[in-house]
Design a protein around this ligand. Sequence first.
Ligand SMILES: CC(C)(COP(=O)(O)OP(=O)(O)OC[C@H]1O[C@@H](n2cnc3c(N)ncnc32)[C@H](O)[C@@H]1OP(=O)(O)O)[C@@H](O)C(=O)NCCC(=O)NCCS
Length: 159
Amino acid sequence: MKIRLATSMDIPELTELKKPQKEEYRKKFYENQINRLKEMENDESIYLVGEMNNKIIAHLLLKLKGIPSESGYPNINDLYVAEQERNKGYGSELISKAEEIAREKGYTKISLAVNPTLNPKAMALYEHVGYVKTSTKPYVDGIYDGVEDWCIDMVKKLS
Ligand SMILES: CC(C)(COP(=O)(O)OP(=O)(O)OC[C@H]1O[C@@H](n2cnc3c(N)ncnc32)[C@H](O)[C@@H]1OP(=O)(O)O)[C@@H](O)C(=O)NCCC(=O)NCCS
């Protein structure tokens, strides 16, 4: 997989990556892409895409200043791999690239958040690549489609 920075040319493809079924989701995903590119222009985030045969199959948003519960160092946000491309190591590759970027920028820690109840597979992957829970008590990370997303934070020390 080739990993590179997202550009405005990618917006249509990135909008469709999660296969939005409803127009309201498509519109929201589209707006998200615009916001992410703006954040990258402002040096707040790094938006990585993974490509195979010139087709985008994955993305990861690295928020450089972190999130309120783990601030001051980068946070891995919205890691996503297209369904048919999962379990081939691409998610791990993107995480590793995000860690490399954080390290190069002088950070010694990196975090991410996961819903341990709804996403035990993702949590197992994060543990496998060295992330450790900072607390077992989940908090509401956001409300998506009217449903609360209960997450825990995980942190990795970068050596
Ligand atoms: C979570 C997600 C990003 C993982 O991406 P992925 O590309 O499937 O991840 P990987 O392939 O690197 O790792 C998945 C598992 O496959 C294994 N694997 C890695 N390379 C492999 C290979 N070449 N062959 C077989 N298995 C492999 C890994 O060891 C890992 O197992 P583990 O969980 O026991 O450690 C993906 O499932 C996804 O997009 N899910 C929906 C969105 C989501 O939940 N995002 C996370 C929000 S917190």
